[in-house]
Design a protein around this ligand. Structure first.
Ligand code: PXL
Length: 274
């Protein structure tokens, strides 16, 4: 029998398939792990209204029920959280992680979707910091989220990112990746890894056009699956950066509003075409 590694995502659905549970499950499969999912939100983007986002929450007790199902199988090798609608859902997740002593926990503290600058739910930011960040093996905020979690506000350069990473580590995350991506000025996509001892800067050329809807979820999901496969946090992050870079490179224009990553890009780039 194969040594099947279960990977769980607790996240929202993006019906365009680039971000959310679709991104996570596809990434988990690319890594050869067995993906399972508990749904927390349904995100809708309206093509008739400039791709405006609208988020429907799933009731916390329904999330609890799904997590009961998800934890009723073999031991979960790693899990990630994504878009979480409110504090009760965040609390249910923290209780489940504790009750089942779940390990390899990746907290992707989703606060905004790309192109939207309204924070999903302001009190969520504090709950993510106080309740979930202390349980994180790896926390994976983007630049905006790292500014919020650290209380430093807008992060403008690598030095700011380092300060934020330290503060988030002090909040209890064992390792922190700040997904700067293409957000900083200049021609490099820069992410920062911090394990409490040393900083590692992950740098690639920016890819144009930036077909990167779903890149943040995919990056975090790849880290999760890497941990499930037994990689140490830093190795998992380095591999995930390669994985997400290929996913962006092989992305495509979904419509006039967004370009999406293609989660199979890494495998396809290594594979001869038939
Ligand atoms: O990229 C953040 C994100 C996470 N989860 C869901 C989303 C999005 C952005 O669109 O829809 C479900």
């Amino acid at each position: 029998m194969a040594d099947t590694k279960l990977t769980l995502t607790i996240a929202g659905n993006d019906a365009s398939g680039g971000a959310g549970i679709a991104a996570d499950l596809k990434t988990f499969a690319e890594y050869g792990t067995y993906g399972i999912a508990a749904l927390t939100t349904i995100a809708m983007m309206d093509p008739d209204n400039n791709w405006k986002h609208n988020v429907t929450p799933i009731d916390a007790e329904v999330v609890r029920g799904q997590l009961k199902t998800a934890t009723a199988g073999p031991k979960i090798a790693a899990l990630k959280t994504g878009m979480l609608p409110n504090v009760p859902v965040i609390e249910v997740i923290a209780e489940t992680i504790r009750e089942h002593s779940l390990e390899n926990v990746v907290i992707d503290p989703v606060m905004v979707c790309k192109g939207e600058d309204e924070v999903l739910n302001p009190e969520n930011a504090n709950a993510l910091r106080d309740i979930l960040t202390p349980l994180a093996t790896v926390a994976t905020p983007n630049l905006f989220e790292a500014g919020q979690l650290s209380g430093l506000g807008t992060l403008k350069n690598l030095d700011d990112m380092k300060k934020a990473a330290k503060i988030i580590h002090e909040s209890g995350a064992q390792n922190v990746v700040i997904k700067g991506g293409k957000a900083l000025d200049g021609n490099k996509a820069i992410d920062l890894f911090y394990d409490g001892n040393e900083f590692t800067v992950l740098e690639t050329e920016k890819i144009e056009p930036a077909t990167n809807h779903g890149a943040g979820c995919t990056f975090a999901a790849a880290i999760t699956a890497g941990l499930a496969r037994g990689l140490a946090p830093k190795e998992a992050v380095l591999k995930a950066k390669e994985f997400v870079t290929e996913a962006i490179r092989s992305g495509f224009e979904y419509n006039q509003f967004v370009g999406s990553v293609f989660h199979s890009g890494y495998r396809l780039s290594k594979q001869e075409s038939i």
